[in-house]
Design a protein around this ligand. Sequence first.
Ligand code: NAD
Length: 268
Amino acid sequence: MTGRLQGKVAIVTGGASGIGAACCRRFSEEGAQVVLTDLQEELGQQVAAETGGWFMRQDVTDEVGWESIMAQVRERHGRLDILVNNAGMTSRYSIEDLTLDAWNQAMAVNVTSVMLGCKHAIRMMKTNPGGPSGSIINLASIAAYLGMPDAAAYSASKGAVRLLTKSVAVHCAQQYGKIRCNSIHPGAVDTPIHQSRLSQVADQEAARAGLNRLQPMGRMATATEMANCALFLASDEASFVTGSELLADGGWLAEGGIRNLPQTVGNR
Ligand SMILES: NC(=O)c1ccc[n+]([C@@H]2O[C@H](COP(=O)([O-])OP(=O)(O)OC[C@H]3O[C@@H](n4cnc5c(N)ncnc54)[C@H](O)[C@@H]3O)[C@@H](O)[C@H]2O)c1
């Protein structure tokens, strides 16, 4: 099927890399006009050139920046149909090693950004020509369900995204009917987010094998598999889906959670 997002305008944060870049590619293949934002300008421009999208530099923790992005999208496109709150960071400290700065940074990048994105997207979506409508998709994680001992702030941040999503979903359903909000919960996905940790271990092959083993399917997901989840939630096929958690973890949680959890690598 093609044209599943024909005529829609989408903003994807963190669109320069990994899952965000894959969302830009899938969304544009399905007919959306894509606006991607990121701190990484060169990569962002490359994804924009490849997808026919529009790149803007944005720090998602900055509310003034959100206001500016929305004003520019309104001026250029006159509507907003999809927001993917995808930008995020890993944070790998146990509660005993966690500094207040590291905690605040993880919360700002992974949670405050999502709150700001939802707030400013709704302002625009409720004034869309034809009446209020839109789909907000928040990237959470399997970490929202598990007590990961070496990722206290990361787990807390993704747990917060999970319930923030539901609050936004119910508010929008009651107030605006057709504005939806859902979260996606990946297991381990093969993206650059793992690279800084992988580069610190001697045996990278073994470390990657460890990440693959986390999932009963025996492999990490591809970024495109996550983008396909976002595509469904973004499309009108998901018109009655709001406040839901799309778990896409290769069976990790169904198996009961933490097995073979590597202490040395990666974000989940
Ligand atoms: N890869 C995984 O295994 C995995 C698993 C579960 C959840 N997730 C979540 O999926 C999302 C995307 O992760 P990814 O794996 O594609 O990572 P990635 O590192 O490839 O991409 C994340 C992007 O976000 C951008 N970013 C970070 N901080 C930003 C800020 N303050 N302002 C603007 N942009 C910022 C980065 O520059 C980067 O381009 C994240 O929210 C992550 O927590 C990833």
